[in-house]
Design a protein around this ligand. Structure first.
Ligand code: ATP
Ligand code: MG
Length: 180
């Protein structure tokens, strides 16, 4: 599985529709300070299910919607789509290509789609769990994360290994079953 494409409109500084193609291997995103490099990783984390505005560097979820500039009016909706190559069927779906879309309106209403079919946030979180690409996975190492991993307690570090080993999904299901 690898990330093939990111499309977005209205997310943070991306007022116009952007489409970024990725190829297997290394892609470097370069640009001046404030040009939107980190906004790309924020967009990826958001579509994977990030629910904390703070960890997206805002104070409320509305802050991720383009708020206008000297030359452009604010927008009312933010949308991000990831297209993933799934030839290796790492994602448990019978498709060679999987797209995931998230949309949020200023009213606070959210919509989620897997392969253009409306779904719940839960379905997206579940789809990526143990794939190595979930919102709490370690495929995105942000500033400060390395230090956090190195200085974390043994139990916290255990969660990192459990996610990497792919057992987190089963532990969470077990916990849920026990509460029922
Ligand atoms: P650095 O090199 O300093 O890390 P960067 O390329 O990572 O910079 P980002 O943090 O991705 O830059 O982008 C910050 C820019 O995004 C700022 O100019 C900020 O004004 C803009 N921005 C963030 N949220 C919004 C929003 N809701 N609407 C419009 N612009 C926004
Ligand atoms: Mg940055």
């Amino acid at each position: 599985m690898y990330l093939k494409k990111l499309e977005s409109v209205g997310f943070k500084s991306f007022a116009k529709r952007i489409s970024v193609d990725f190829v297997p291997g290394v892609t470097a995103v370069v640009g001046p300070n404030g040009s939107g490099k980190s906004n790309i990783t924020d967009a990826i984390r958001w579509v994977l299910g990030e629910q904390s505005a703070k960890s997206l560097r805002g104070s409320k979820m509305e802050d991720i919607i383009f708020q206008g500039s000297d030359t452009r009016k604010p927008l009312n909706v933010a949308e991000v789509t990831l297209v993933l190559d799934n030839h290796d069927q790492l994602l448990p779906l019978d498709y060679d290509e999987v797209s995931v879309t998230r949309r949020v309106y200023r009213s606070g209403d959210s919509e989620y789609y897997i392969n253009n079919q409306s779904c719940r946030l839960k379905d997206i979180v579940h789809l990526f769990m143990d794939s190595g690409l979930g919102r709490e996975a370690f495929s995105i190492i942000s500033q400060g994360k390395v230090e956090e991993i190195l200085s974390s307690k043994a139990e916290e570090r255990r969660t990192i290994f459990e996610e990497a080993a792919g057992v987190l999904k089963y532990k969470q299901r077990k916990k849920k079953a026990e509460y029922k």
